[in-house]
Design a protein around this ligand. Structure first.
Ligand SMILES: [Zn+2]
Length: 82
């Protein structure tokens, strides 16, 4: 499942990769691309925003909602389905 792809409104491409990790694909910050917690990638996306990147607000909202529904870990939860 992809949260957002590169577009006019998004400078990040975030999705669940096949191993269940959240990935900031081709990350422009040269940080780690893989995260096993939703709060981990939320903090990372905030860093993109702080540095002038464009992250759609619905992506942030979706991740927060998933934390509420499925918990923080990206493994072993229904939110893991692509
Ligand atoms: Zn990134």
């Amino acid at each position: 499942m992809s949260y957002c792809r590169f577009s006019e409104r998004s400078s990040v491409y975030v999705y669940h990769d096949i191993n269940g990790m959240l990935r900031c694909c081709s990350c422009s910050l040269h940080g780690p691309e893989f995260y096993d917690t939703r709060t981990g990638i939320l903090e990372h996306l905030q860093e993109h925003i702080d540095k002038g990147g464009r992250v759609p607000s619905d992506v942030i909202g979706a991740l927060r909602e998933e934390i509420r529904l499925f918990g923080d870990s990206t493994f072993g939860a229904e939110g893991n389905q692509r």
